[in-house]
Design a protein. Structure first.
Length: 156
């Protein structure tokens, strides 16, 4: 089975979401809705990729950056296409695109409950970075947090 790697488009969303939903170890949330993925694809134009085999989407990777460091998200490959180089091809496409954007470092996140995913990435040479902190997140930044600041902070 051969596969083609191409840039992800908005039209790929339904098939991609179905794949993500069926992929163990991949955590989905509010930011994976159609409209939020559309924003992500626009913001990171040319950095997100899909693998297609016989007209069917069989793999994805979302790549983005903040101008200095890249991030890989939602690497997923359909069960019957694993072990055939699809994930490596998607990773290569994403990292190559980040490199063209002059991004030299890249992070990814693996959930604690996904030891198979951790082993996969370590096998490819990625390593766990030990920090003295945990990831912190502001829920619904533009609505909740800005409202919180307006109520609890007095600016002069």
């Amino acid at each position: 089975m051969s596969h083609e790697i191409r840039q992800m488009t908005f039209e790929d969303y339904d098939q991609a979401y179905r794949l993500w939903s069926q992929s163990e170890g991949l955590c989905l949330g509010d930011d994976d809705s159609r409209d939020r993925i559309e924003v992500y694809l626009r913001r990171n134009a040319g950095l997100c990729f899909v693998a297609v085999s016989e007209g069917k989407l069989v793999g994805t990777v979302l790549c983005g950056h903040d101008g200095r460091r890249g991030v890989l998200r939602h690497l997923a490959v359909m069960q019957g296409h694993r072990g055939k180089g699809v994930a490596r091809a998607l990773i290569k496409a994403g990292l190559t695109a980040l490199g063209r954007s002059n991004i030299r470092k890249c992070n990814l996140y693996v959930e604690d409950y996904n030891p198979d995913g951790l082993r996969f990435w370590e096998h490819l040479g990625w390593y766990h970075v030990k920090y003295d902190y945990r990831t912190l997140q502001i829920p619904q930044l533009l609505t909740w947090y800005l409202r919180f600041l307006a109520v609890s902070c007095h600016f002069s």
